[in-house]
Design a protein around this ligand. Sequence first.
Ligand SMILES: Nc1ncnc2c1ncn2[C@@H]1O[C@H](COP(=O)(O)OP(=O)(O)OP(=O)(O)O)[C@@H](O)[C@H]1O
Length: 343
Amino acid sequence: MAHISLKGVSKVYPAPRRGFAETVAVDDVTLDIERGDVFGIIGYSGAGKSTLVRLINALEPVTAGSITIDGVDITAQSASKQRAMRTGIGMIFQRFNLLSSRSVRRNVEYSLEVAGMGRSERKKRALELLDFVGLADKAGAFPEQLSGGQQQRVGIARALAADPPILLADEATSALDPETTDEVLDLLARVNRELGITIVVITHEMDVIARIANKVAVMERGQVVETGNTYDVFTNPQTATAKRFVRTVVRNLPSGDELTELRSHHEGRLFTISFTDEGVSEARVFGALARAGVDFNLVYGGVDSIQGRVYGLLTIAVRGDATAVDQAVGSIGSSVKVEEVFA
Ligand SMILES: Nc1ncnc2c1ncn2[C@@H]1O[C@H](COP(=O)(O)OP(=O)(O)OP(=O)(O)O)[C@@H](O)[C@H]1O
């Protein structure tokens, strides 16, 4: 059974007043998130990601569909049962949301205090968690004395206080610089690996997905337009939106300016070949081209790493008579993905 399962989930906000249209923030979303996944949900601003998170933890009612957690439909429960289920779902936010008047330790203790846990027990738990996130020495400090990355690590410790099996991270690194982002993503990967927590990561940044998510769903105008293993979506995106996101992180494709430059230096037609770690090697492909009797050379590209797996994109310039080039490219097209570059 999936850990979190969404079936035909929609959320429609009514028109604010007469003459305005209603907003379909989430539109018929069906998704299965398995136990132990780091599941990335990516989309541009307004795609419906944050709304989806609020539906998963039942902070808002769905307009249609169902959301089950461990087989229990959270959308169909009473408010008190929803509150109880929500303690099993930790949350971290873009703006950390720490209480400025409380020390770091007492921020981590907050939900345990509300749940009625005794003072010494919750103090012990908070210190254990601060140790886990590498901030044992900051227990007595106040949030404003910490850097953004440290505050988010406190946010993570606080979210883990009640031992939730699920953690929802809504743009958790969007307010951080790249180095601090890495620190926080490493910590989230440890939370997943060492504590076995299922993590749902909401983001508009594809490199966040590339770093930690094993699965990804691409959202656009409330709908999931593409979903799959991160490596598969990165190496073979199907929709225009997914392709645009992938281009922001896979750096081995020439940009418009670089293409102009390439064309001024190389004769022939340009093709980009994608190599995955499951397909044939570069040597085999280049051997096949040589045997087909066309002249070619490598003009751009290199190898990326996605989820620790290798992904190569190489652009070649191919010369020869038109039929020979078509035949040569056709002959390699059955074993690797080849796309002619027109722009
Ligand atoms: N409470 C609300 N009332 C009315 N409309 C809303 C409400 N919350 C969100 N929306 C609308 O629903 C759509 C999806 O918003 P949502 O915040 O879920 O997108 P998002 O992908 O998280 O984008 P962002 O990253 O900018 O928050 C938007 O058109 C937004 O204006």
